[in-house]
Every structure is written in C-alpha cells, then in structure tokens.
Design a protein around this ligand. Sequence first.
Ligand code: C2E
Ligand code: CA
Ligand code: CA
Ligand code: CA
Length: 284
Amino acid sequence: AKAAGGNRYELADADCDARAIARHSLTNGLPAALENGEFFIEYQPLVRLTDGSVRGAEALVRWLHPVHGVLGPDQFIPLAESTGLIVPLGRWVLEEAARQARAWRSEGKCRAPMRVNVNLSPSQLRYPSLVAETVAVLENAGLPPSALCLEVTENALIGADEEELRPLRQLADMGVDIALDDFGTGYSNLSYLRRLPVSTLKLDRSFTRGMQCSPADPVDVKIVEGIVSLAHTLDLSVTVEGVETGTQAEHLRGLGCDTAQGWYYARPGPPERLCASASADASP
Ligand code: C2E
Ligand code: CA
Ligand code: CA
Ligand code: CA
C-alpha cells in the first residue's frame, strides 16, 4: 500500500489513463462504426420568430455505440476531427441530411419547403473536393442550393484568408446559405464579417441565457440589440440558439432576431417529428 498522498496521485493518474484508453478505443472504432451504420442523425427545428413557422432543421449526428449506447457529437467529433475520419463522416451526414430534406419536401406534410442545416468542421473546409461533393449531393437529392445551410464556427474562420474562404464563397454564390455558428464566442473583429461569405449569424447560447428573466439582463439586451442591428445592416439574418423558455423567445423576438432553435420548440429528434411537432408548437 502507498501513502495517502501517493495514492491520490495514482488515482488521478489511473483516471487519466482510463480516459486515454477510452478515447483510444473510441477513436479506433470510428471507421467500423461508419461502415456498420452506427451513426444516426437527429433533427432540431428552426423556427421563424415572427410567425412560429418551421423553416427547416439542423442535422445533429449521434453514434449508437454497441457498448456505450448513444454518444453525443461532443464525445466523438473531436476524435473524428483529429484522425481525419471527419471527412467521410461529414460526407455521410451531408448525404443523409440532403436525402431527408428531399423526403420532407416530397411528403408535403410541412407547410413550407424544408431546409436543412449541416455542420462543417474545419478539416472539411480544407478538403479540396468540398464544393464538388456538395454540388453532387444536392443534385443527387434533387435539391436547390437554397435548401441547404452549412454551419461553420466563427473560430474555424478567424484568420482565414481569401484563398481559404474560396470554397465557401463558391457555395454561397451558388445559393447555399452559410451560417456563422457559435457567433460571439470567438474574438473576431466585427468588421471582419464583411469579408465572410455568410448569410446568417447563429448567436451562441450564452447570449440567450441573459433573456431568462423579465426584465432581461440589461447588458445582454444591449449586446443582442447591437449584434442584430449590425447583422441587419450587413443583410445577415440572426438565428438564436438554446431557447429554452417562452420568456426567452419573447425577448429575442422583441429584439428583432429572425429565427430560433431550442428545447422550448423541440429537442433534437427523429425526422418524422419535424412537421408534426412543428405545427403543434406553432399554435400555443
Ligand atoms: P452546435 O452546432 O452549436 O449545436 C447546438 C447544440 O445545442 C446541440 O448539441 C443541440 O442539441 C444543443 N441544444 C439545442 N437546443 C438547446 C437548448 O435549448 N438548450 C441547450 N442547453 N442545448 C440545446 P449536440 O447535438 O450535442 O451537438 C454538439 C455540437 O456537436 C454541435 O454544436 C456541433 O458543433 C457538433 N456537431 C453535431 N453534429 C455535427 C456534424 O454532423 N458534424 C460536425 N462537424 N459537428 C457536429
Ligand atoms: Ca451548429
Ligand atoms: Ca452553435
Ligand atoms: Ca456549439
């Protein structure tokens, strides 16, 4: 037996080892998981704040792991990103989401033509065939470019030069919507926004939190007001994430935000729920 101090140290050490082993085995399992169809997508509706109508949904990937059960993207996207598997995984998500958007449109249960939002990771942005593959996916699914919104985090674009932005600009010129995800968490200079081929700002959840109470946090109100006014001046639409209560939704609507997403409307779920849950939520 060891002294208490040494023991504690060993425990912490063992903990780190266990985590490293778990990480390692998850990482090794990724390629087979993709082959075996263990990934699936949940969809979370995007709601227009002015009339409560559903504009589309964000595709959020999950892994149904044979041992660990359902794993969230935060548990495996970073691993896929560091090994390069994110490229084929991201391609699968895009194909699957496009197929789903086609199905929503064909079924005709939704009032408006549904759009689908897909997250792009930094490696996908640098992947040389991104534009060609995206065009092919849209064509195969029979979707216009406007049916797709690609979400890119602010951090992935900070410091990107014109060359690095070219693929996104090409997609934007074709009519694909580009959203700047987690906006407000990075340190980008706001004037930098003018250089980016984005059409939507997705305000990070941290801003939504200050809207929980009535009256809302006055500083957060000022910040959101400022961002909305800047965004609209630049012809960008504003989507707010993490809306969990009606109070938040009311405040954010009052501040001129365009679109909202969050548990108040619906949690991420299976694609069949999209228009069903949407019409229920839209008529309170
Ligand atoms: P994100 O793009 O910022 O997605 C929003 C996250 O907030 C999702 O977490 C969603 O489930 C969660 N969320 C939605 N509404 C609420 C709410 O009202 N309250 C709270 N507390 N949370 C809410 P999720 O599904 O765990 O995804 C985490 C992140 O993983 C995403 O953050 C995105 O960056 C990444 N991700 C998900 N799918 C993909 C993918 O297909 N490719 C890539 N590259 N990344 C993905
Ligand atoms: Ca996103
Ligand atoms: Ca986000
Ligand atoms: Ca996020």
